[in-house]
Design a protein around this ligand. Structure first.
Ligand SMILES: Nc1ncnc2c1ncn2[C@@H]1O[C@H](COP(=O)(O)OP(=O)(O)O)[C@@H](O)[C@H]1O
Ligand SMILES: [Mg+2]
Length: 221
């Protein structure tokens, strides 16, 4: 999936102070790219990811997803686009504590009305990909931080998204699991042309990304 940002700005009000989180970001992400967004803390990486995934609207400028202007889409259209085409993996995993690992990963498929047999097969295949097949029945609160991260990754992958947006995808993972997840992502990128955009400090991700975008003070440098 392609996404374009055209002179995007984002301002937040912090009490009476205006915070210029993004000061005119333009970028063109083509289907199948693997982009690392790097920059110091507070430079605007997370804000950029939120706007790329239409989770948040810019203060000014345009966002185009598949050449369609996000500002012109209805909430319903946007919700569907996010659900079916975009895989989000963020730091606050937003897992549902009362559901099992299986239930959390199954959730987006329920929203998409995927038939039961297919759901089960896809959930188990995806759990296997992230190495959690023997944790399917556990509650997420019984898992370690790294395991929860992998549940969030499985939930993002189970819908076969066209693009994966992630804030520090390998944070919380030890080097072995981090490398396995990166291998999996790279496979999806190279084999299935899934677009990857990762905000990261992880040097191994930066080294493996095909394009590195440096952000400083809300601008691309
Ligand atoms: N909800 C918010 N309210 C106020 N300021 C915010 C909010 N989110 C982010 N900011 C500010 O916007 C700037 C960019 O933040 P962020 O995109 O989170 O940067 P990064 O992910 O690179 O650390 C920072 O100065 C941050 O404090
Ligand atoms: Mg951030």
């Amino acid at each position: 999936m392609s996404i374009q940002l055209q002179t995007v700005t984002k301002e937040y009000m912090l009490g009476k102070t205006k915070v210029h989180a993004l000061r005119g970001i333009s970028m063109n992400i083509e289907q199948g790219e693997f982009v690392a967004l790097v920059g110091p803390s507070g430079s605007g990486k997370s804000t950029t990811l939120h706007i790329l995934g239409a989770l948040d609207r810019p203060t000014s400028g345009d966002v185009l997803i598949q050449k369609a202007t996000v500002a012109n889409m209805s909430d319903k259209q946007l919700a569907r686009l996010r659900r079916e085409k975009i895989g989000f993996i963020f730091q606050s995993f937003n897992l549902i504590p009362v559901l099992s690992v299986f239930g959390n990963v199954e959730f987006p498929l329920l929203l998409m009305k995927t038939p039961k047999d297919e759901r089960k097969e896809r959930v188990m295949t995806t759990l296997k990909q992230v190495g959690l097949q023997d944790r399917a029945k556990h509650k997420t609160e019984e898992l370690s931080g790294g395991q929860r991260q992998r549940v969030a990754i499985a939930r993002a992958l189970v819908t076969n998204p066209s693009i994966i947006l992630s804030d520090e995808p390998t944070a919380n993972l030890d080097s072995k699991n981090g490398a396995a997840i990166l291998d999996l992502m790279e496979e999806l990128n190279e084999g299935n042309k899934v677009t990857l955009v990762f905000a990261t400090h992880d040097e191994t991700i930066v080294a493996r990304a095909k394009r590195v975008v440096h952000i400083l003070d809300g601008q691309i440098v």
